[in-house]
Design a protein around this ligand. Structure first.
Ligand code: NAP
Length: 256
């Protein structure tokens, strides 16, 4: 199969990654950003497959613009880090087949081999084998699920992870300790954590979207509060044995 593919947001991080990936697979790719690139109507007329890779806060409105221009036998797919709202918007606004896609990596990965990619097939079955094959033949690990389950998992996998880093960074700011002192007293683990906080600071809107737009973050925060209160109790009692017992089970992620 050879046909042109449109990538809206193909001038930015993940969109650019998708453009490179598709071009390496031999496809001709039309791209557009906010104010540059192929006109939306021309893209929709030329490309049976359109991929939306714009910032989370813009995704639903961009889908609302492109959806009605799609053809029934085409495919509208997005790369958004959350899936429920974009997939609902694609179903609502377009007559085409719809697949939600979330590559669980950033644009810096050298290859998809061994990387996880979530697919949320939502309408039609003509394009699904093509998408599976597109990533699967390059060694990506594909998991298919519903948008709801994806978002619930991301509240833990991305939400909890980034919340932890944000907490670390905010704590350092609150502490008022100078950068010089932090550097002079730093350990390798501390420096690694600090680098993660700096990575978040360099893409604030991506991470603020991941944290603030996931409907399941309330559950994560509630559970974090309980975990903190439990730890507080152990630490205030200086109960080293009970704490060691808790720590020894950390590798057992599910608590089962
Ligand atoms: N970065 C990651 O690690 C990562 C990983 C997985 C999934 N994602 C998802 O990928 C999507 C893009 O994230 P990103 O980090 O790649 O963002 P980004 O680097 O900020 O790029 C955003 C792109 O969207 C374009 N854009 C913004 N508003 C637009 C509009 N109204 N119409 C058309 N194009 C528009 C921008 O074009 P111009 O700059 O040319 O205006 C740019 O090409 C998000 O949904 C994110 O959740 C990101």
């Amino acid at each position: 199969m050879n046909f042109p593919i449109g990538v809206i947001g193909g001038t930015g991080g993940m969109g650019k990654w998708m453009v490179r990936f598709l071009e390496n697979e031999g496809f001709r790719v039309e791209t557009r950003g906010r104010n540059r690139g192929t006109d939306l109507a021309k893209m929709a007329a030329a490309c049976p497959v359109i991929v939306v890779a714009v910032p989370m806060g813009d995704t639903v409105s961009v889908i609302g613009d492109v959806g009605p221009l799609m053809r029934e036998d085409g495919l509208l797919m997005d790369l958004t880090s959350l899936k429920k709202a974009p997939v609902e918007a694609m179903l609502r606004s377009s007559p085409s087949e719809v697949i939600g896609c979330h590559p669980l990596f950033g644009p810096g990965v050298p290859s998809v081999r061994g990387e996880n990619i979530v697919l949320c097939p939502a309408r039609g079955d003509r394009w699904l084998p093509w998408v599976r094959d597109l990533f699967g033949k390059r060694g990506a690990r594909i998991v298919e699920t519903t948008p709801e389950h994806h978002d619930r998992m991301m509240a833990v996998v991305q939400g909890m992870t980034h919340l932890n880093t944000v907490l670390f960074g905010l704590y350092l700011r609150e502490s008022g300790i100078s950068r010089e002192d932090l550097r002079a007293f730093s350990t390798p683990v501390f420096r690694a954590k600090r680098a993660l906080a700096e990575k978040i600071a360099s893409s604030p809107s991506l991470y603020s979207g991941i944290l603030s737009m996931n409907p399941h973050m309330g559950d994560v925060l509630k559970r974090c509060g309980k975990v903190l209160r439990d730890l507080e109790g152990l630490l205030e009692r200086h109960d080293g044995n009970a704490l060691a017992d808790v720590l020894s089970k950390l590798g057992n992620d599910s608590g089962n």
